[in-house]
Design a protein around this ligand. Structure first.
Ligand code: PLP
Length: 330
Protein backbone atom coordinates (compact mmCIF):
# COMPACT_ATOMS: atom_id res chain seq x y z
CA UNK A 1 0.00 0.00 0.00
CA UNK A 2 1.33 3.45 -0.97
CA UNK A 3 2.15 5.99 1.77
CA UNK A 4 -0.92 7.73 3.23
CA UNK A 5 -2.00 10.62 1.00
CA UNK A 6 0.47 9.98 -1.83
CA UNK A 7 -2.10 8.71 -4.38
CA UNK A 8 -4.67 11.12 -5.83
CA UNK A 9 -7.74 10.70 -7.95
CA UNK A 10 -7.05 12.26 -11.38
CA UNK A 11 -9.75 14.93 -11.10
CA UNK A 12 -10.90 17.41 -8.44
CA UNK A 13 -13.56 20.10 -8.01
CA UNK A 14 -12.40 23.71 -8.31
CA UNK A 15 -14.00 27.13 -7.75
CA UNK A 16 -12.32 30.54 -8.00
CA UNK A 17 -13.04 33.86 -6.30
CA UNK A 18 -12.36 36.82 -8.59
CA UNK A 19 -12.65 39.51 -5.92
CA UNK A 20 -16.42 39.81 -6.43
CA UNK A 21 -17.91 36.35 -6.66
CA UNK A 22 -17.26 32.65 -6.71
CA UNK A 23 -17.28 30.83 -10.04
CA UNK A 24 -19.45 27.76 -10.49
CA UNK A 25 -17.44 24.78 -9.31
CA UNK A 26 -16.09 22.53 -12.03
CA UNK A 27 -14.52 19.11 -12.20
CA UNK A 28 -11.02 19.58 -13.61
CA UNK A 29 -7.82 17.58 -13.89
CA UNK A 30 -6.02 17.33 -10.53
CA UNK A 31 -2.85 18.78 -12.00
CA UNK A 32 -4.48 21.60 -13.90
CA UNK A 33 -4.07 24.61 -11.64
CA UNK A 34 -2.15 27.58 -12.89
CA UNK A 35 -0.51 29.70 -10.24
CA UNK A 36 1.51 32.89 -10.69
CA UNK A 37 4.92 32.62 -8.95
CA UNK A 38 4.00 35.81 -7.08
CA UNK A 39 0.75 34.31 -5.73
CA UNK A 40 -0.08 35.47 -2.20
CA UNK A 41 -0.14 31.91 -0.86
CA UNK A 42 3.42 31.17 -2.00
CA UNK A 43 4.85 34.15 -0.10
CA UNK A 44 2.53 34.94 2.79
CA UNK A 45 1.00 31.50 3.39
CA UNK A 46 -2.64 32.46 2.85
CA UNK A 47 -3.77 28.85 2.91
CA UNK A 48 -5.95 26.50 4.88
CA UNK A 49 -7.22 23.00 4.33
CA UNK A 50 -9.38 20.23 5.74
CA UNK A 51 -9.24 16.47 6.08
CA UNK A 52 -12.31 14.23 6.22
CA UNK A 53 -13.24 10.80 4.96
CA UNK A 54 -15.86 8.96 2.91
CA UNK A 55 -16.52 5.33 3.84
CA UNK A 56 -17.93 2.42 1.85
CA UNK A 57 -20.67 0.49 3.62
CA UNK A 58 -21.47 -3.21 3.25
CA UNK A 59 -24.55 -2.42 1.09
CA UNK A 60 -22.29 -0.62 -1.41
CA UNK A 61 -23.41 2.89 -0.40
CA UNK A 62 -20.89 5.60 0.49
CA UNK A 63 -21.15 7.98 3.46
CA UNK A 64 -19.11 11.05 4.40
CA UNK A 65 -18.34 11.49 8.11
CA UNK A 66 -19.20 14.82 9.82
CA UNK A 67 -18.84 16.92 6.69
CA UNK A 68 -20.65 19.88 8.28
CA UNK A 69 -18.03 20.13 11.05
CA UNK A 70 -15.13 20.18 8.61
CA UNK A 71 -16.83 22.75 6.39
CA UNK A 72 -17.51 25.00 9.40
CA UNK A 73 -13.87 24.67 10.53
CA UNK A 74 -12.64 25.59 7.05
CA UNK A 75 -14.90 28.66 6.99
CA UNK A 76 -13.46 29.65 10.36
CA UNK A 77 -9.87 29.07 9.17
CA UNK A 78 -10.54 31.19 6.07
CA UNK A 79 -11.98 34.00 8.17
CA UNK A 80 -9.10 33.99 10.66
CA UNK A 81 -6.59 34.05 7.75
CA UNK A 82 -8.45 36.89 5.98
CA UNK A 83 -9.10 34.68 2.96
CA UNK A 84 -12.33 35.35 0.98
CA UNK A 85 -15.46 33.93 2.61
CA UNK A 86 -17.48 31.17 0.93
CA UNK A 87 -20.87 29.63 1.65
CA UNK A 88 -21.01 26.24 3.36
CA UNK A 89 -23.31 25.14 0.53
CA UNK A 90 -20.59 25.81 -2.07
CA UNK A 91 -18.01 23.58 -0.39
CA UNK A 92 -20.62 20.94 0.42
CA UNK A 93 -21.59 20.76 -3.26
CA UNK A 94 -17.94 20.53 -4.31
CA UNK A 95 -17.30 17.67 -1.88
CA UNK A 96 -20.44 15.77 -2.90
CA UNK A 97 -19.77 16.29 -6.62
CA UNK A 98 -16.27 14.86 -6.54
CA UNK A 99 -17.05 11.99 -4.16
CA UNK A 100 -20.01 11.01 -6.40
CA UNK A 101 -17.73 11.26 -9.43
CA UNK A 102 -15.34 8.72 -7.91
CA UNK A 103 -17.85 6.77 -5.85
CA UNK A 104 -16.74 3.47 -7.40
CA UNK A 105 -13.17 4.10 -6.21
CA UNK A 106 -13.96 4.52 -2.49
CA UNK A 107 -11.97 1.72 -0.79
CA UNK A 108 -13.70 -0.79 1.49
CA UNK A 109 -12.89 -0.75 5.25
CA UNK A 110 -10.39 -0.43 6.77
CA UNK A 111 -9.62 1.83 3.78
CA UNK A 112 -11.52 5.01 2.93
CA UNK A 113 -11.50 7.99 0.58
CA UNK A 114 -9.63 10.86 2.23
CA UNK A 115 -11.07 14.25 1.17
CA UNK A 116 -8.79 17.29 1.16
CA UNK A 117 -10.56 20.66 0.62
CA UNK A 118 -7.95 23.41 0.17
CA UNK A 119 -8.28 27.21 0.02
CA UNK A 120 -5.39 29.36 -1.24
CA UNK A 121 -4.78 33.06 -1.89
CA UNK A 122 -3.96 33.43 -5.59
CA UNK A 123 -3.53 37.16 -6.13
CA UNK A 124 -0.12 37.87 -7.70
CA UNK A 125 1.01 40.48 -5.16
CA UNK A 126 4.32 40.30 -3.32
CA UNK A 127 3.76 43.72 -1.76
CA UNK A 128 0.80 42.42 0.26
CA UNK A 129 2.46 40.88 3.28
CA UNK A 130 0.07 42.77 5.53
CA UNK A 131 -2.91 42.91 3.16
CA UNK A 132 -5.30 40.08 2.31
CA UNK A 133 -5.38 38.39 -1.08
CA UNK A 134 -8.20 39.62 -3.33
CA UNK A 135 -8.45 36.38 -5.33
CA UNK A 136 -8.52 32.82 -4.13
CA UNK A 137 -9.04 29.27 -5.22
CA UNK A 138 -10.95 26.50 -3.50
CA UNK A 139 -10.45 22.89 -4.56
CA UNK A 140 -11.28 19.44 -3.28
CA UNK A 141 -8.75 16.67 -3.84
CA UNK A 142 -9.41 13.00 -3.16
CA UNK A 143 -6.90 10.40 -2.02
CA UNK A 144 -7.85 6.74 -1.52
CA UNK A 145 -6.19 5.55 1.68
CA UNK A 146 -5.66 2.23 3.41
CA UNK A 147 -5.41 1.45 7.08
CA UNK A 148 -3.06 3.98 8.67
CA UNK A 149 -2.07 1.20 11.03
CA UNK A 150 -1.46 -1.60 8.58
CA UNK A 151 0.79 -4.01 10.43
CA UNK A 152 -0.91 -3.58 13.80
CA UNK A 153 -1.45 -0.67 16.10
CA UNK A 154 1.76 -0.27 18.02
CA UNK A 155 1.78 2.02 21.06
CA UNK A 156 3.37 5.35 20.10
CA UNK A 157 6.27 7.19 21.73
CA UNK A 158 5.73 10.93 22.39
CA UNK A 159 8.37 13.49 23.32
CA UNK A 160 6.95 16.16 25.67
CA UNK A 161 8.30 19.57 24.68
CA UNK A 162 8.00 22.83 26.55
CA UNK A 163 7.41 24.74 23.30
CA UNK A 164 4.20 25.61 21.47
CA UNK A 165 3.34 23.94 18.16
CA UNK A 166 2.56 27.34 16.62
CA UNK A 167 1.66 30.90 17.57
CA UNK A 168 -1.01 30.71 20.29
CA UNK A 169 -3.68 32.60 18.33
CA UNK A 170 -3.17 30.34 15.28
CA UNK A 171 -3.71 26.92 16.85
CA UNK A 172 -7.36 26.55 15.90
CA UNK A 173 -6.61 27.33 12.23
CA UNK A 174 -5.83 24.36 9.98
CA UNK A 175 -3.11 26.08 8.00
CA UNK A 176 0.16 24.99 6.42
CA UNK A 177 2.28 27.41 8.45
CA UNK A 178 1.38 25.63 11.66
CA UNK A 179 2.63 22.32 10.26
CA UNK A 180 5.81 24.03 9.05
CA UNK A 181 6.53 25.31 12.54
CA UNK A 182 6.04 21.84 14.07
CA UNK A 183 8.17 20.01 11.52
CA UNK A 184 11.69 20.60 12.79
CA UNK A 185 10.94 19.83 16.45
CA UNK A 186 9.24 16.64 15.28
CA UNK A 187 12.21 15.62 13.11
CA UNK A 188 14.62 16.25 15.99
CA UNK A 189 12.43 14.20 18.35
CA UNK A 190 12.53 11.32 15.89
CA UNK A 191 16.30 11.50 15.52
CA UNK A 192 17.20 12.03 19.16
CA UNK A 193 14.54 9.98 20.98
CA UNK A 194 13.03 7.70 18.31
CA UNK A 195 9.80 9.49 19.17
CA UNK A 196 6.85 9.17 16.79
CA UNK A 197 5.49 12.64 17.59
CA UNK A 198 6.06 15.67 19.79
CA UNK A 199 3.40 16.46 22.37
CA UNK A 200 3.56 20.25 22.60
CA UNK A 201 3.24 21.45 26.21
CA UNK A 202 4.13 25.17 26.40
CA UNK A 203 4.69 26.23 30.03
CA UNK A 204 3.64 22.73 31.10
CA UNK A 205 0.20 22.97 29.42
CA UNK A 206 -0.53 19.67 27.59
CA UNK A 207 -1.89 20.69 24.18
CA UNK A 208 -1.61 18.44 21.10
CA UNK A 209 0.84 16.80 18.72
CA UNK A 210 1.76 17.95 15.21
CA UNK A 211 -1.26 16.24 13.65
CA UNK A 212 -3.57 14.90 16.37
CA UNK A 213 -5.27 15.75 19.67
CA UNK A 214 -4.18 14.13 22.93
CA UNK A 215 -6.40 12.25 25.39
CA UNK A 216 -5.53 10.78 28.80
CA UNK A 217 -7.74 7.88 29.88
CA UNK A 218 -7.73 7.09 33.58
CA UNK A 219 -10.26 4.40 34.47
CA UNK A 220 -13.70 5.70 33.55
CA UNK A 221 -12.48 9.25 32.94
CA UNK A 222 -11.15 10.90 29.78
CA UNK A 223 -9.18 14.10 30.30
CA UNK A 224 -8.32 16.45 27.45
CA UNK A 225 -7.65 20.14 27.05
CA UNK A 226 -10.78 22.32 26.88
CA UNK A 227 -11.26 24.17 23.59
CA UNK A 228 -9.39 27.45 23.25
CA UNK A 229 -7.62 29.25 20.37
CA UNK A 230 -4.27 27.53 20.98
CA UNK A 231 -4.92 24.13 19.37
CA UNK A 232 -6.95 22.47 16.62
CA UNK A 233 -10.51 21.54 17.54
CA UNK A 234 -10.45 18.01 16.19
CA UNK A 235 -13.59 16.47 14.78
CA UNK A 236 -12.35 13.06 15.92
CA UNK A 237 -11.77 14.45 19.43
CA UNK A 238 -15.36 15.68 19.54
CA UNK A 239 -16.64 12.35 18.19
CA UNK A 240 -14.65 10.24 20.68
CA UNK A 241 -15.78 12.42 23.61
CA UNK A 242 -19.41 12.11 22.46
CA UNK A 243 -19.12 8.32 22.17
CA UNK A 244 -17.36 8.10 25.54
CA UNK A 245 -20.16 10.05 27.27
CA UNK A 246 -22.66 7.80 25.54
CA UNK A 247 -20.82 4.75 26.94
CA UNK A 248 -21.16 6.23 30.44
CA UNK A 249 -17.62 7.55 30.77
CA UNK A 250 -16.79 10.85 32.50
CA UNK A 251 -15.34 13.44 30.13
CA UNK A 252 -13.22 16.21 31.67
CA UNK A 253 -12.38 19.02 29.27
CA UNK A 254 -9.94 21.13 31.23
CA UNK A 255 -6.29 22.08 31.48
CA UNK A 256 -3.87 19.22 32.08
CA UNK A 257 -0.34 19.92 33.28
CA UNK A 258 2.72 17.85 32.43
CA UNK A 259 3.11 17.04 36.15
CA UNK A 260 -0.44 15.69 36.44
CA UNK A 261 -0.08 13.81 33.16
CA UNK A 262 3.13 12.05 34.23
CA UNK A 263 1.65 11.17 37.63
CA UNK A 264 -1.62 9.78 36.31
CA UNK A 265 -0.40 8.19 33.07
CA UNK A 266 2.10 5.98 34.84
CA UNK A 267 -0.51 4.41 37.14
CA UNK A 268 -1.40 0.79 36.31
CA UNK A 269 -4.32 0.67 33.88
CA UNK A 270 -3.89 4.25 32.64
CA UNK A 271 -4.05 4.86 28.89
CA UNK A 272 -3.29 7.69 26.52
CA UNK A 273 -4.26 8.15 22.88
CA UNK A 274 -4.02 10.48 19.88
CA UNK A 275 -7.19 11.31 17.95
CA UNK A 276 -7.37 12.47 14.34
CA UNK A 277 -9.00 11.73 11.02
CA UNK A 278 -5.98 9.86 9.69
CA UNK A 279 -5.02 7.94 12.84
CA UNK A 280 -8.60 7.57 14.23
CA UNK A 281 -7.54 6.77 17.82
CA UNK A 282 -3.92 5.69 18.23
CA UNK A 283 -2.58 4.27 21.49
CA UNK A 284 0.32 6.02 23.23
CA UNK A 285 2.69 3.74 25.19
CA UNK A 286 5.60 5.97 26.20
CA UNK A 287 6.05 9.59 27.26
CA UNK A 288 9.56 11.05 27.16
CA UNK A 289 10.21 14.10 29.32
CA UNK A 290 13.54 15.76 30.09
CA UNK A 291 15.45 12.68 28.96
CA UNK A 292 13.42 10.25 31.07
CA UNK A 293 10.98 7.65 29.73
CA UNK A 294 7.62 6.96 31.37
CA UNK A 295 5.43 3.99 30.41
CA UNK A 296 1.75 4.82 30.09
CA UNK A 297 0.00 2.07 32.11
CA UNK A 298 1.86 -1.10 31.06
CA UNK A 299 3.20 0.58 27.93
CA UNK A 300 0.94 -1.41 25.60
CA UNK A 301 -2.16 -0.34 23.59
CA UNK A 302 -5.04 0.08 26.04
CA UNK A 303 -8.38 -1.73 25.99
CA UNK A 304 -10.51 1.42 26.40
CA UNK A 305 -8.64 3.05 23.51
CA UNK A 306 -9.33 -0.03 21.36
CA UNK A 307 -13.01 -0.07 22.36
CA UNK A 308 -13.53 3.61 21.55
CA UNK A 309 -11.72 3.22 18.24
CA UNK A 310 -13.88 0.22 17.32
CA UNK A 311 -17.06 2.06 18.34
CA UNK A 312 -16.16 5.01 16.12
CA UNK A 313 -15.11 2.80 13.19
CA UNK A 314 -18.31 0.73 13.44
CA UNK A 315 -20.37 3.92 13.10
CA UNK A 316 -18.26 5.25 10.20
CA UNK A 317 -18.46 1.89 8.41
CA UNK A 318 -22.26 1.73 8.81
CA UNK A 319 -22.12 -1.32 11.08
CA UNK A 320 -24.03 0.41 13.89
CA UNK A 321 -26.81 2.99 13.86
CA UNK A 322 -25.86 6.56 12.99
CA UNK A 323 -27.43 7.77 16.23
CA UNK A 324 -25.85 11.22 16.17
CA UNK A 325 -26.59 11.94 12.49
CA UNK A 326 -22.89 12.08 11.56
CA UNK A 327 -23.10 10.42 8.15
CA UNK A 328 -24.06 12.01 4.82
CA UNK A 329 -24.90 9.44 2.15
CA UNK A 330 -23.60 10.59 -1.23
C1 PLP B 1 -2.67 19.67 14.58
C2 PLP B 1 -3.83 18.76 14.52
N1 PLP B 1 -4.51 18.53 15.65
C3 PLP B 1 -5.59 17.73 15.66
C4 PLP B 1 -6.01 17.09 14.50
C5 PLP B 1 -7.21 16.21 14.55
O1 PLP B 1 -8.28 16.81 13.90
P1 PLP B 1 -9.43 15.93 13.25
O2 PLP B 1 -9.88 14.97 14.28
O3 PLP B 1 -10.47 16.90 12.85
O4 PLP B 1 -8.82 15.22 12.08
C6 PLP B 1 -5.34 17.32 13.30
C7 PLP B 1 -5.75 16.76 12.01
O5 PLP B 1 -5.96 15.73 11.64
C8 PLP B 1 -4.22 18.16 13.31
O6 PLP B 1 -3.52 18.37 12.19
Amino acid sequence: MAAFGSVFMPEMTLAQFDGQQWSNPQIVSSNSINLHPGAHVLHYASTCFEGLKAFKHADGSVAIFRMDKNIARMQQSSELLSLPAFDAALLEQMILDIVRHFVADVPTPPGSMYIRPTHIGTEPAIGKAATPTVNSMLYVLLSPVGDYFAGGSRALRLLLEDNARCAPHMGMIKSGGNYASALRPTMLAKQQYQADQVLFCPQGDVQETGAANFLLIDGNEIITKALDASFLHGVTRDSILTLARDLGMTVSERDLTVDELLTRATKPGAEAALSGTAAVLAPVGTLIHQGKEYSVGNGQPGTTTARLRQTLNAMQWGQTADKFGWLTKV
